[in-house]
Design a protein around this ligand. Structure first.
Ligand code: MG
Length: 401
């Protein structure tokens, strides 16, 4: 038996080429020149993840056999005794994705091939069309259609409900205010208008961003049913998932859920009771490719498709991981896509490209993506206090963003 290839170092790379702070893990092996990359991006708590990797995971991982992905994932998850939290899950994901990348490079195969091979050549993506009013949303949606996109998420005024004529109490604190009832009225009007403008052949999606009281989410899901969305995203908050039963009993609006999930208990029941149609975890937030693979297979048994979370606060390495999963599992639905900048493509050679609404992989082994570390270092993470997550209801009380 040849000596195993082992983990020689675990390095954290923090960079901010755009608005999101990104955390990349580089696992360096005992084989000269062989390393893997993984996404550990929890942008709002980026320095906590970096410390979890450097101070806790790195010492635990040094010298371990890179081939034993299952053992390393499971032991990393229980090693801290308390588990399933976003900081640790992201830290574990960085290592997990890097180990899949290394295994692919050693085998000369893509991660998709390691998982079982392609079900498709490329992945449908959806993009995000915003606008200050419904006319602008429709214009932006049409511009995407001209570029070949067939799945478009329509939002208005960010995630909506902002800028309504709300009356705040005297000395109300600053914040990102929104009015949930105004949001419902505005969005129904906007979606009706955009559907009329773009026709039936384009798939429209909408994200409620967990901004409604549960009973209003039920009402909204019913009201929006007639516009035949491809899916309605995050109609409810993770804390309110028992309410999905009420939506399900009352309408056939397709439902997507999961980007905030950390713990298997959050998705198990939704899948087993067939309460949603698309499962869409943030792969780094759930702990990496290993648990995502398990959930994809589990969801397939219940006729539920995937739509992994893919905004700009997933790193390009995370997007490459999403795509490897998308290409492989039979129950793929659609992939959220953030349209990277030229700088993203320079820092991350191999970042997948879209043509005619399809996201294509390259032919490289592993995740097929690399990082230009010296260029990444020119864009350090800023020390900021996040503003958009300081959301408030009209009376000033804190709300879910
Ligand atoms: Mg969302």
């Amino acid at each position: 038996m040849p000596n195993p290839v082992t983990i020689q170092d675990v390095k954290v790379i923090l960079t901010q080429p755009g608005k999101s702070r990104l955390c990349i893990v580089k696992v360096i092996t005992s084989e000269p020149g062989l390393y893997g990359l993984g996404c550990a991006t929890f942008t709002q708590r980026i320095f906590a993840v970096a410390a979890a990797i450097e101070r806790h995971l790195r010492p635990f991982l040094l010298g371990r056999d890179v081939d034993r992905i299952e053992e390393i994932w499971n032991m990393s998850m229980v090693h801290g005794y308390w588990r399933n939290g976003p900081v640790l899950n992201n830290a574990i994901s960085g290592v997990d994705q890097a180990l899949w990348d290394i295994k692919g490079k050693r085998a000369g195969m893509s991660v998709c091939d390691l998982l079982g091979g392609k079900s498709r050549q490329a992945a449908h993506v959806y993009v995000h069309a915003d606008g200050r009013d419904k006319q602008e949303v429709a214009e932006n949606a049409r511009a995407f259609m001209e570029q070949g996109y067939r799945f478009i998420r329509v939002q208005m005024g960010g995630y909506g409900g902002q800028g309504s004529p709300m009356v705040k109490p005297r000395q109300a604190p600053a914040g990102a205010y929104f009015d949930p009832r105004h949001y419902c009225r505005q969005m129904l009007d906007m979606i009706a208008y955009v559907r009329e403008e773009v026709g039936e052949a384009i798939e429209l999606l909408h994200d409620v961003h967990e901004r409604l009281a549960p009973i209003h989410a039920v009402e909204f899901a019913k009201d929006v049913e007639r516009f035949k969305l491809f899916f309605l995203e995050d109609a409810l908050a993770p804390e309110d998932i028992a309410w999905f039963r009420h939506i399900r009993r009352q309408c056939a609006t397709p439902l997507a859920m999961g980007e905030l999930f950390n713990n298997p208990h959050e998705w198990q029941l939704l899948i087993q009771e067939r309460l949603i149609d698309f499962i869409r975890m943030h792969i780094s937030q759930m702990g990496g490719i290993t648990p995502a693979r398990n959930v994809a297979i589990f969801a397939d048994m219940y006729g539920i498709r995937t739509a992994w979370h893919g905004p700009s606060d997933t790193s390009p390495v995370g997007h490459a991981a999403n795509l490897q999963l998308d290409l492989w599992h039979p129950n793929f639905g659609v992939q959220e896509w953030y349209r990277p900048s030229e700088l993203d493509y320079e820092i991350f050679p191999g970042l997948p490209v879209v043509e005619e609404g399809y996201l294509y992989p390259n032919c490289k082994p592993g995740l097929g993506i690399d990082i230009n570390e010296s260029l990444a270092a020119k864009y350090p993470c800023q020390e900021i206090v996040e503003q958009w997550t300081q959301t408030r209801l009209p009376d000033g009380s804190p709300a879910r963003p």
